[in-house]
Write a protein that binds this ligand. Structure first.
Ligand code: THU
Length: 160
């Protein structure tokens, strides 16, 4: 028997203003996308923006439903749209902003497990890492150099 240690390394920016210009501009797209969130049930709105290697920016926001499980997170709305519209393009970066619409969210909000699984599929398919940046409404911004870094023990096609 042996123990195996799994580690992830993240970069933490103190605030939005510390971000490199290109990332700040992608996050700005996520901020605008968040305003289009349809989240009357959770009152938690999320925006996501993807930069593709063809220069296109694809955005998404969470879309809820009276039948709760039929709703979709912002990250998957964006990534499936990118996959549907530009199936050959690689995703270079993803910016995510999330927060409650009834109280201020100051901590960075990471993509949920289901979204990580969905993003992992594209990272594996394209064979290059996707940089992920996530934040709350204000405060720190966290960067992961890849999706794999925040989803250890991923379930992928090699198991099928
Ligand atoms: N949500 C996202 O859009 N992304 C995540 O990674 C976590 C959660 C949405 C789903 C739902 O509309 C609301 O936030 C509350 O869970």
């Amino acid at each position: 028997m042996k123990e195996v240690k799994i580690e992830s390394t993240l970069t933490v920016y103190d605030n939005f203003d510390e971000l490199p210009k290109s990332v700040a501009s992608l996050m700005q797209h996520a901020i605008e996308a968040r305003q289009k969130s349809y989240s009357p049930y959770s009152k938690f709105s999320v925006g996501a923006a993807l930069l593709l290697d063809n220069g296109e920016i694809i955005t998404g926001s969470n879309q809820e439903n009276a039948s709760y499980p039929s709703g979709l997170c912002a990250e998957r709305t964006a990534i499936y749209y990118a996959g549907a519209k530009y199936p050959e393009a690689k995703i270079v970066k993803m910016a995510i902003i999330a927060g409650s619409t009834i109280k201020q969210t100051m901590s960075p909000i990471p993509p949920c497990g289901a979204c990580r699984q969905a993003i992992a599929e594209y990272e594996i398919k394209q064979e290059t890492p996707i940089e992920i940046y996530f934040m709350g409404e204000i405060g720190k911004v966290v960067k992961s150099n890849s999706l794999a870094n925040i989803l250890p023990l991923v379930f992928d096609k090699s198991f099928l």
